[in-house]
Design a protein around this ligand. Sequence first.
Ligand code: FAD
Length: 323
Amino acid sequence: MARKIVVLGEVRDGALRNVSFEAVAAAKAAAEGGEVVGILIGDSVHALGADLIHYGADRVVTVESDKLNQYTSDGYSQALMAVIDAEKPEGLVFGHTSLGKDLAPKIAAKLDSGLISDVTSLEQAGGNLVFTRPIYSGKAFEKKIVTDGLIFATIRPNNISPLDKDETRTGEVSSLSVDVKDLRTIIKEVVRKATEGVDLSEAKVVIAGGRGVKSEEGFEPLKELATLLNGAVGASRGACDADYCDYSLQIGQTGKVVTPDLYIACGISGAIQHLAGMSNSKVIVAINKDPEANIFKVADYGIVGDLFEVVPMLTEEFKKIVV
Ligand code: FAD
């Protein structure tokens, strides 16, 4: 059944996050031949509309206001509800990011709609659109269909491939004027953690360190390998608790959930709470001195050894093939 699906593009540092293009691909599948309308909210986002179209959106609606220069749930929900009111979509797709996790339930409640969160794939089966999402910290997957009302999903970054970029695709980028008012949250200042390089939740390669890294300096070889592979550095809670790195790097049940193409766990024992955040990575390599370490149970490749010997060796080998 062809339907109109709106998809929220997420802007960070003046560019669209990759999850926005993945959301367009999901929206395209959910639209089943219908229209995909991108939504961009911010103070200066019009120029990014073409990008969403190149990745598959049919047209884009922007809501621009200086009151929307930073994300606030009340500001964005006012903007979004105005677009939804104008477009009357049959479905919505957001990224399952900090922003999506905050905004989607609020919008779903306003629309009196259900929400399928953290979707990792969607497909056609038996005439239904079937959404798959992990449950029990990634130990099982459930499949959901929508029998009535809006299709509303948030999609986990790095799971649904974006469509190929086609710069010849064209479409309308229109703006909707919304009187954003009575904001209960005013952002005075944004203090960023000093995270360098690639965004951990969207990284295709993650090099993660655990308590076995032993110190803040112990992360240096991991950073070198991550930089070489254009990846991000992550950590176990053990490493964060020991003050070897910032909690923003924590992966797991109470940290970030990542699904990179390659996850290299260095000196991480593989506690169940850590596995909850990384076990769906496509290829897992574990480096640990202890051959009995639990992490080897989920690893595709296991290296029993001292990470301070193995990681530099890997870096040297990768240098030979990474140009
Ligand atoms: P350890 O368990 O101490 O493991 C260190 C490993 O390093 C060992 O396997 C050792 O053999 C190896 N090692 C040591 N030296 C070397 C070396 N030189 N070379 C190679 N290997 C070496 N944890 C998370 O990670 N994320 C979470 O989100 C999370 N949430 C939690 C929520 C709750 C409610 C609770 C109770 C716990 C949570 N934890 C979480 C903590 C979790 O249970 C573990 O304590 C933690 O993951 C252990 O971290 P680790 O593997 O780095 O440390």
